[in-house]
Design a protein. Sequence first.
Length: 593
Amino acid sequence: MTFRTKLSAGFGLAVALLLAVGVVSFRSVLSSKEHNRLVAHTYEVLKTLESVLLHITEAESARRGFQFTSEERYLEKYHSGLRALPQELHALQRRLADNPDQQRRLATLAPLIEQRLNLLTEAIALHRREPANNAVQLQFTARGKELMDQIRSATLEMEKEAEQLLAHRAEAAAASARQTEIIIVAGTSLALALALIAGLVLRREMAIRQCAEDRFRILGERFERFFTLSIDLFAIAGLDGYFKRLNPAWEKTLGFTNDELLARPYLEFVHPEDRERTLAEAEKLRSGSETPAFENRYLCKDGSYRWLLWSARLEPESQLIYASARDLTERRRAADDLAGLNRDLQHHAAELEASNKELETFTYSVSHDLRAPLRHIDGFSRILLEDYSASLDPEARSFLGRIRDSTQHMGRLVDDLLNLSSIGRQEVRPQITGLKTLVDEVLTGLRPELADRAIEWHIKDLPFVECDPGLLRQVFANLLSNAVKYSRPRDPAVISVSVVDSSDPPVLFVRDNGVGFSMKYADKLFGVFQRLHRQEDFEGTGVGLATVQRIIHKHGGRIWAEAELDRGATFYFTLGPARSQPTPEESIQRGAV
């Protein structure tokens, strides 16, 4: 056979082998794809079962919330469950069409769910008719618990069956994937081997040895440069357990010189707890297996240990192990720190949830337990003043008047606290809103406070912004009410509402020429119960500005104030994070005000 014939035969055999590998690989890929589809189908069944149980549980919670509060808004989850459950059950029945056992279990589960929903409907209807009929409600609750136990039991059986099927299908998919990988790797390796043989024959027959030697020399120089300059740790080790060659990165990482590392068995540098695993990995390399990723700890000269990630393989001809390692110490430390931070975050989240529940409990107590005594105190004090005023001396009437004033002030304080708490829980519903309209609505509501007052209003064109109009109306109401209150000593009072900067988002302000305040107390301005003026001079509860700040923060913006004692105050705010938000001084210097 001529050289050309040998070369053609070799390449032809390689191409035929590649085609055969391609056909077999395509069939294996199709099989693996079908297995993966079945696995995904089983996941959908499990997800649908969890969704069905979640909808039933939320419907029960909604019924309990409605029973405790009689508020219809608690029934939103119940109504959504009524709408979603038939669709979920239909989807579940369709997905279980290929599983008769699961269909039988579903046939048992569906009537139980229908009975549970009917029982919830009856309980809700009874509560609407007879809110105080707790005995019957307890019967509904007992029957509902019995049904829920049966539903959970049926659902658990279906989930166990689905999980077993999932494990079987996942194992089949993994086996198919492994088979595909083996076929591709083996076929490709054989084809490449044939191609390599043909290439070697070609090189030998072409007799251009000198050119090949030059090329190898250049490659060797480049490899040597790469070996020397790499930040990864390269090593060549023998089967006798000693390093044969190391690159300079070892000394930079561990502190030992190359001579020190080459003079002792490398196992002596491995952490005692990792030596057994390292020996086992070395035995795998001896048997011809590769090490794609292996971690252990190596001793540093200062006595500490650093984590290294290894990849290695044995070169059969030279019986040498070629390995590279990367220092993972900082990454593992960062991962440990991140895990600690996650644990702390989960702990803080649990504490925050508990605090929120305590706040809700406090709010309920204030609204239902504290208001009633205040009304009683105020009512009986008023009766004493009206019906027994003649028999009381002036000092007693004065005391009763102070009691009424204090209870009414306490009532206003409770209302403000409840408003502040409700705003914290309220979801922002943004709409495109004209701020001028909101200001006009607020001024209409302030008319009773403006009687016998001389006030000059300077309200310029205000923009349209995306905000929750109800919450922002509260912002303007509180800020304008404060401006009216603290400008009471002025005749005339001057109150301005305008835009400092029309950037996105705009910077708005409310300004008055009232009594102002000292800026050294500005950090207390937006705190709850923080007042900068005496109650005898200006009435109030100290909650209004805290409410304003909470609303602004819920919109993603910020609020700040500038004032001078007896020279008025200006409150600036935005309704979102600014791209390049100017300070008030910068805006004033530009002449924007």
